[in-house]
Design a protein around this ligand. Structure first.
Ligand code: CDP
Length: 205
């Protein structure tokens, strides 16, 4: 049986951590759809044309170890405004969502465009400074030297581009539950997300 959990939200809101934990808790598969756009963005930074980069994307390219850099994040949000690039990535995401045994997909448009019929939808958010603080700590741990201000500006620029684009803009689906993690520990945010998914599961079973 399939059961799809859609988790959307702005940059560095904690979607990744929450999605992984929800998937592990329920034994579902997890797809970080941001990685698809990051991998396409990385190929464009290497000189490939965006649509070709999306159409030729392979699973292996999702494992490249440079996909978490701020440069690639910006490139990702630039290719993500292109309608044809998004269209080239739809089938893969929908097939993943429909797999037997359940799936969690996190991104920007999962609950609105990719899986509008998802069984459970969360919109995970937090204030921009909180998100930038978390991303800054992650980047520092990975050896990046960008200042907090630079990281904050990066997060805000991406949010503006992601929310302002014409195609599949970042927005909470009407039937999504918003989870603001600004004042929550990771454990508390994960527990809340699991509780929300559990609630939808008991209404489906
Ligand atoms: O990890 P973080 O929240 O910073 O970003 P991400 O989820 O890896 O996404 C990187 C970029 O890909 C975003 O800024 C969006 O522009 C784009 N994206 C998108 O347009 N649609 C998705 N479903 C997922 C990501």
């Amino acid at each position: 049986m399939s059961f799809t959990v859609a988790i959307d939200g702005p940059a560095a809101a904690g979607k990744g951590t929450i999605s992984k934990a929800v998937a592990a808790h329920f034994g579902f598969a997890h797809l970080d759809t941001g990685l698809l756009y990051r991998a396409v963005g990385a190929k464009v930074l290497n000189g490939m044309e965006p649509l070709k980069a999306a159409q030729t994307l392979t699973a292996r390219e999702l494992e490249a170890n440079n996909l978490r850099t701020p440069e690639v994040a910006q490139a990702a949000s630039k290719v993500a405004v292109i309608k044809e690039v998004r269209a080239a990535l739809v089938t893969f995401q929908r097939s993943f969502a429909a797999r037997d045994g359940g799936a969690v997909l996190d991104g920007r448009d999962i609950g609105t465009v990719i899986c509008p019929d998802a069984d459970s939808k969360l919109f995970v958010t937090a204030s921009a400074p909180t998100r930038a603080k978390r991303r800054h700590a992650e980047l520092q741990a990975a050896g990046n030297k960008d200042s907090f201000e630079t990281v904050l500006a990066d997060v805000q620029a991406r949010d503006a581009r992601d929310a302002g684009r014409a195609e599949a803009p970042m927005v909470a689906a009407n039937d999504a539950v918003t989870l603001d993690t600004s004042d929550l520990s990771i454990e508390a945010a994960v527990a809340k997300a699991i509780e929300l998914v559990e609630r939808s599961r008991s209404s489906v079973l």
